[in-house]
Design a binder for this molecule. Structure first.
Ligand SMILES: Nc1ncnc2c1ncn2[C@@H]1O[C@H](COP(=O)(O)OP(=O)(O)OP(=O)(O)O)[C@@H](O)[C@H]1O
Length: 366
């Protein structure tokens, strides 16, 4: 299968987290940020993430990504995409709406930009997928589907809007000791339509994703454990409209919508048990990496693009043999551009040298 890569050629940061003004010129294959804890290695990766998703992977509060005591940040990336130069600029100013521009033109809807520059990040922060609530796992699924299906993201945004309105209405009913069946019916209908579409797409996604994921897990884990990834949704047994209609007294009592795709979850299992409780540290790490590599495969299959791959603090996650294996994928497969962060210059360079690709080291200092 022929696929194209996107190359981030140049990155400029202005007042982004700990960087005042910094410009990086990149190698088309491998780039390594090395330096002591806290010098800003992860921040550079996050700036690259920002250019693809319009937000930080680590801190969703935009203003907290502005350098302390500054009023704004600007992240600018020059890419080559399908042999065409593209310039993406993300900027945020305190008290104003964030702006994303492509070649000088601001997007009206950020959702139009998602998927334009496919990217996958593997980071120690991924463990949130295992330890946090279902919201984190839904966001993972939504993130993967959205990178190839902008209708999905738009439907999800609409669903969430209606959900917020329905919840406010339920509160209003109680506060004012009133109820209107007609109004509730309108919201039920809309939630049902948007929710059913999302449910269908999540189901189809997981069907396709599961074998890719299992395959990846097998290739990175040495053990014989069996793992699974199970999609759970209330919509698997009933249609949403029925659920909303038959449970209205429960919703009125709790002043909250108890049924819908906002309650979906992904269950991570090892030998039939939740990995959070029963998986070893190593198994959990392998599970997360397999998830992310499967995300890479999935996006690549659909977009015919090699996503940019960010490997944050990889030695934290893996021993040297596994890091070597991961990096060797760049050699064996059709990977795109790779960005790595680690605390040790020598250790990183030693591993990188084993793959026969061009690379550039970026030692960061405080
Ligand atoms: N808004 C901000 N303004 C100024 N500095 C910030 C801001 N947000 C984060 N920082 C600083 O960025 C640094 C952390 O950077 P980063 O997480 O990229 O480090 P790192 O090099 O990846 O470290 P480690 O090896 O520990 O992962 C901290 O010193 C933190 O204080």
């Amino acid at each position: 299968m022929s696929s194209f890569s996107m190359i981030l050629q140049k990155l400029s940061l202005l007042n982004y987290k700990n960087f005042e003004a910094e410009t990086f010129e990149f190698d088309p294959k491998i780039n390594c940020f090395v330096g002591n804890n806290g010098v800003g290695k992860t921040n550079v990766l996050d700036a690259i993430y920002h250019l693809s998703f319009g937000k930080s992977y680590f801190n969703p509060i935009t203003t907290q990504n502005i350098k302390h005591d500054a009023e704004f940040f600007v992240v600018e990336g020059s890419y080559e995409r399908k042999d065409t130069p593209e310039k993406i600029v993300v900027s945020a100013k305190k008290g104003q709406k964030k702006i994303i521009k492509r070649n000088g033109k601001a997007y009206e809807k950020f959702s139009e930009h998602i998927g334009f520059l496919p990217l996958v990040i593997i980071s120690p922060a991924d463990r949130d997928l295992i330890i946090e609530g279902s919201d984190t796992r839904r966001k993972f699924v939504d993130g993967v589907i959205s990178q190839r299906d902008s209708d999905y993201l738009n439907t999800l945004i609409k669903y969430n809007k209606v959900l917020t309105q329905r919840n406010s209405l339920l509160k209003y009913f109680v506060a004012n000791n009133t109820f209107s069946q007609d109004t509730i019916d309108i919201y039920n209908e809309q939630l049902h339509n948007f929710g059913t579409s999302i449910f269908g797409k999540r189901t189809a996604f997981l069907e396709e994703f599961l074998p890719i994921f299992l395959n990846r897990y097998k290739s990175i884990s040495s053990g014989g454990e069996s793992i699974n990834l199970v999609y759970e949704s209330q919509l698997q047994d009933n249609d949403l409209l029925t659920l909303l209609q038959t449970n209205i007294s429960k919703d009125r009592f709790s002043q909250y919508s108890n049924f819908g795709i906002h309650k979906d979850d992904l269950v991570f299992e090892i030998d039939g048990h939740p990995i959070k409780k029963f998986g070893s540290q190593g198994q959990q790490k392998s599970y997360l990496i397999a998830l992310k590599l499967a995300q890479f495969d999935f996006i690549k299959n659909h977009s015919k693009t090699n996503p940019i791959l960010l490997l944050d603090d990889i030695f934290d996650k893996l021993d040297e043999t596994r890091v070597e294996h991961l990096i060797s994928l760049v050699d064996n497969e059709n990977f795109g551009q790779l960005f790595i962060s680690d605390t040790h210059y020598e250790r990183t360079e030693k591993v990188i040298k084993k793959v026969h690709q061009t690379y550039k080291m970026f030692p960061l200092t405080p």
